[in-house]
Design a protein around this ligand. Structure first.
Ligand code: PLP
Length: 390
């Protein structure tokens, strides 16, 4: 009511008021509206056959999207960061030497986390946007108990070459545990945890699987499950307890059961195709957005791009681009500090599909034109279309 009063229809001169809001941030992502309806169902109790069935089915879905049937999928009521903490404290002995290899915000966060939890952290840090060098990581991994690494660095749009990094690191140090932040690569980019000899893979519900925020996922290799010991100084994030409960469709504490059920809806389409098809499609969406950006004078921020997020360096001020998109109802985000003025980011995760990329290309044309850039109409849309059909 107040909105209508403040803006009488006769005074709204622009059709922009008719635009639907678009959430383009690389998490939380737009979610299938049917997912939200699932959340609105009457509350159920978690110690019931109905809830057990939901948890077991959600675990099966998560497992299918990992492509490693023998790995253990665990669902935690926490964000992705909590899931990472759970994996770290459950697998790596107190005070051990850990290597954090990073080239962006999230990688740096794991080093900070490990440090605050009392681990002896060695930081291998590269400039934001760069790809980590497998040989360099392997070399630094000697003598370390664990490697903490971010596969898709959402802050820069980079996808590190995890297959080669893990292969060389394990060759240099066969006892090394590799803990992977796959928050934006899981269900988005090629990820082969068993083949690549990873030990733990972490993600969250508001990214690749396109659900609302609130769930963290930890996937453990069979040998990692064996390693889980009783740890007297952990309680909530005790993954040994979780494994025992979740195999029965339960959780140690009260789960966000509504969100778990929502996951069954948000993952429906993702599991309808082979993983390779999903990965290839997401890579195409990203290529289409990068091509659209390129047609408007933007360049990718990262040297090795992640399919999860198009991170673009615009020819005008980042805050102006974000503002111009916002005026069109679209919420893209700038880079993260200290690179907030260097790039803006648009997600391709979850619900976002190939026709959304064409709409996004059109939106970018309008946003840049509104900023006074000389935009030849149709160039970005044509470039996106071409990339989609390449
Ligand atoms: C979003 C994100 C996280 C943090 O996840 P939260 O759910 O906010 O805790 C960690 N790593 C990467 C790569 C991310 O994109």
């Amino acid at each position: 009511m107040t909105k209508l009063e403040a803006k009488p229809a006769s005074l709204v001169t622009s059709a922009n008021a008719l635009l639907r809001p678009r959430l383009l941030a690389p998490g939380p992502v737009e979610t299938d509206p049917r997912t939200m309806l699932t959340l609105a169902k009457p509350q159920i109790h978690h110690r019931t056959p109905e809830a057990r069935e939901i948890v077991l089915e959600a675990r099966a879905r998560l497992s299918a999207l990992l492509g490693a049937p023998e790995w253990e999928p665990l669902i935690l009521t926490s964000s992705g960061t909590g899931a990472f903490e759970a994996a770290l404290v459950s697998l790596v002995p107190d005070g051990a030497n850990v290597l954090s290899a990073s080239a962006g915000k999230f990688g740096e966060r794991w080093a900070d986390m490990a440090h605050s939890l009392g681990y002896a952290v060695t930081r291998l840090e590269k400039p934001w946007g760069e790809a980590l060098d497998p040989a360099e990581v392997a070399d630094a991994a000697r003598g370390q108990a664990a490697l903490l690494i971010t596969h898709s660095e959402t802050s820069t749009g980079a996808l590190h070459d995890l297959a080669r990094i893990a292969e060389q690191a394990k060759r240099a140090n066969p006892d090394l545990l590799i803990l992977v932040d796959a928050v934006t690569s899981y269900a988005v980019a090629e990820l082969r945890p068993a083949e690549w000899q990873l030990d733990a893979v972490i993600s969250g519900s508001q990214k690749g699987v396109g659900g609302p925020p609130g769930l963290g996922f930890v996937f453990l290799s069979p040998s990692s499950v064996e390693r889980l010991g009783a740890n007297p100084r952990r309680y909530y994030f005790d993954l040994k307890k979780e494994v025992a409960s979740q195999r029965k469709g339960e959780t140690a504490q009260t789960p966000a059961i509504n969100l778990v059920e929502g996951l069954l809806t948000s993952t429906e389409r993702l599991v309808a195709v082979p993983l390779e098809t999903l990965w290839a499609e997401k890579a195409k969406l990203n290529a289409a957005l990068l091509a659209a950006g390129n047609a408007l004078g933007c360049r990718p921020f990262a040297s090795r791009v992640s399919p999860a997020v198009a991170a673009l360096v615009p020819p005008v001020a980042v805050k102006d681009v974000v503002g111009a998109l916002k005026a069109l109802g679209a919420r893209a985000v700038a880079g993260q500090a200290p690179h907030q003025d260097a790039l803006f980011r648009v997600s391709t995760m979850g619900y976002f599909d190939r026709y959304d990329t064409l709409g996004m290309a059109g939106l970018l044309e309008d946003a840049f034109a509104n900023l006074g850039r000389p935009v030849e109409r149709g160039v970005a849309v044509a470039a996106a279309w071409k990339a989609l059909n390449a």
